[in-house]
Write a protein that binds this ligand. Sequence first.
Ligand SMILES: [Zn+2]
Length: 267
Amino acid sequence: MPELPEVEVTRLRLVPELVGRRFEKVDIRVAKLRVPVAPDLSSLVEGRKLRAIERRGKYLLFDCESGWLLIHLGMTGFLQLLPRMAPPGKHDHLDFHFDDGQLLRFHDPRKFGTVLWLTGNPSCHPLLASIGPEPLSDGFNGTILHAVGRARRVAIKQLIMDSQVVAGVGNIYANEALFVAGISPERVSATLTVPEYELLAEAIRSVLGFSVERGSSYRVMEDTAAYFPLDNRVYGRGGKPCLRCGGTLHETRLGNRSTVFCRSCQC
Ligand SMILES: [Zn+2]
C-alpha cells in the first residue's frame, strides 16, 4: 500500500515535470473507483494551468486555478508519467493529458483509489478537514502529541496511527518509529512523558524522512514496482532477532494490525 513517503516522492517527482503545464483533456476508461469519477472531469480541467502540487496526509492536491484535483492512491494505485501515445494496459483507468505531450496515468488494480474534483478551500473538504498535523512539517513535535495523548487511554501505537492525531503514519511506520524511540506499542498513551513523546515525534520524522530520501532515488512512476523496498527493523520480523539486543522480537495484534516489538528494548 502506498504510504506517506511514496505519496511524497510521487509529488516531488511530478512537480518539476508538470507544474506550469496546462491540462488538455482527461481520458476516463474506468470511472468506478472508490468514489465514481465525475463524468465531466475532462471539461472541468481542460485548459487549466497546473499551479502547484501539494500533499495532505496521503492525498495529493493538484492546484488547477480555482479548482483542485484530489487524488488518493488507495491500496494499489500509482501514477505514471508517460509520453502521450503510450498504449494503456490493464488497470490503467485514467489519463491526464498535458500541453507538452506528457501523460499522467492513474493505474489501480483494486480500484480503491480516489480522483475527485473540488472547488473552494480543499482543507475544508470532509476528507481533509480532520487530518492532523503533517509529521514532516516544522509544526509537528512531541508537545503536540503529548497534548492529545495525555487525555486518551489508548495504546500509543493506535494513537499515532490515528490520522486526526498525526497525518499519514501507517502500520509499518508506526512499528518502526516505536522501535526507534524505544517505546512499547502497548503503552497507554496517557502514561508517556513529554520527553518520551519528543523521542517518538523525532522517530516518526526520521523513519518517514529516511524513506522519502531513499525513495527519491527510485524511478517509482515508470515502474510497476512502485513501492519502496523497506529494510524494516521490526515490521515483518516477528520471531527473528532484535537488531539492537539480539533477543526474539515479539509479534502480536493491536487494533487488528500486525505489531512487532522487542520486549527488552521497548518499554
Ligand atoms: Zn531488543
